[in-house]
Design a protein around this ligand. Sequence first.
Ligand SMILES: [Fe+2]
Length: 190
Amino acid sequence: MTSNGPSKGPARPVGVNHLVLNVRDIEASHRFYTEILGFESVVEVDMGTEMRFYRSGPGHHHDIALAQVKDPADQPPVPDRYRVSARRAGVNHIAVAYPDRESFLQMLHHLQDNEVPIALRGNHGMTHSAYIMDPDGNGIEVLYELPADVWEGDLPKAMMYFENLPKEGPGMLEDRTDVPVFAAEAGTGA
Ligand SMILES: [Fe+2]
């Protein structure tokens, strides 16, 4: 116990720093996180548990790490596809952000070229997104973020907004730029 006076409560976090996933097949997950999602491999270690670390790029040490489970055969079955509705306790999905609209469009083409099944494709008020599944059944949201001035005026409304888009074909690759603006006063949204 300290004697520096009353606690000021929690400090404000800067965000989620990294995420470590226990995986059935570290080779399959390695391919998914590097070749499909584009993460850069940083280091591989074996400390009794085989682990691999990945980063989005310079300035980050690691965003995601993988840990090989001891007994892959003893794991629950992988779902056939990612479902946004909650079906099991734990992580629903992990959102991976790409820097801009161009890189997001590149990712959509890349996912389609690699025949990665799209569970959901659509636009929120703050992000344009596509939902896929990693080899262990973890939901992955591929997204790019719209500028804050588009959504910060009415964040709850922006977050509840969803425009459903095609999950395959040319429609999946389209991305509108005339996005709705969620303004502070009702009725001023574009
Ligand atoms: Fe999300």
